[in-house]
Design a protein. Structure first.
Length: 190
C-alpha cells in the first residue's frame, strides 16, 4: 500500500513570505552550515502526520475540514526570530507569532481532537506556532555568531496576515529538497 509523507499547514501571505526571506537574508552572513528553506516551502506547520496510507488521506482531509470549520478566521502578527532548542544552540531557526497566537493554538488543538480517532497521537509539548526558516547542520563553525544574529532579530516584525484556510500537503523528499503537493484545503469558520 502506497504511503504519503503528510502534514497540515497554513500558507503564508505574499507580504509575510517576503519578510521571511528578508530575515533569512539578514541571518545568512555567518559561517554556520544552515540549510535555508526555499521560498515555496515556507509555511506554518500545524501538524506533521508522517507516512499516511493513500486510502486514509480522504479521512484526514475530512477531519481537517471539521477542525477548520470549528475555528473562526483570525489575524496573526508574524514577529520575532528564534531557534529551537535555544538561540545559543540553534538547530532550527524560525519566525514566530505575536498577537493571534492563541487562535493558532486553538486551531492546532481542534486538529489534534479530530485526528486522534484516526490514530494520530497528540503532541506532548505545547504547540508553538512558527515558520521554519532553516535547519542548522552539525558543524561548530559560525553557530555562536548565528545565535547572536537571531537574538538581535528577536523583535523582527514581519507584518501580519489573515488565517482563513488550512492545507494538507504531501512531501516528497529528494536530493535537492522536498517538493510539496496539495492533498486538500479547508476554510476556517466565518
Amino acid at each position: 500500500m502506497a504511503t504519503l509523507r503528510t502534514f497540515i499547514a497554513v500558507e503564508l501571505s505574499a507580504g509575510v513570505q517576503q519578510s521571511a526571506l528578508d530575515l533569512i537574508d539578514s541571518l545568512q552572513g555567518t559561517a554556520a552550515n544552515v540549510k535555508w528553506v526555499e521560498t515555496s516551502q515556507l509555511h506554518w506547520t500545524l501538524k506533521f502526520l508522517g507516512e499516511v496510507k493513500s486510502r486514509e488521506i480522504p479521512s484526514v482531509c475530512r477531519a481537517m475540514i471539521q477542525a477548520a470549520k470549528s475555528v473562526p478566521t483570525f489575524k496573526v502578527e508574524v514577529r520575532g526570530a528564534g531557534a529551537f532548542p535555544t538561540a545559543q544552540r540553534p538547530r532550527t531557526v524560525w519566525l514566530g507569532a505575536g498577537e493571534g497566537v492563541d487562535s493558532f493554538v486553538q486551531l492546532h488543538e481542534a486538529l489534534e481532537q479530530r485526528l486522534q480517532p484516526l490514530g494520530f497521537r497528540s503532541e506532548r509539548r505545547r504547540f508553538q506556532p512558527h515558520i521554519t526558516l532553516g535547519r542548522v547542520r552539525r558543524s561548530p563553525f559560525g553557530v555562536e555568531e548565528l545565535g547572536g544574529l537571531i537574538l538581535e532579530q528577536a523583535e523582527f516584525d514581519a507584518g501580519s496576515m489573515r488565517v482563513d484556510e488550512v492545507v494538507a500537503f504531501s512531501s516528497q523528499l529528494q536530493r535537492s529538497g522536498p517538493t510539496y503537493e496539495v492533498l486538500g484545503r479547508a476554510e476556517l469558520g466565518r
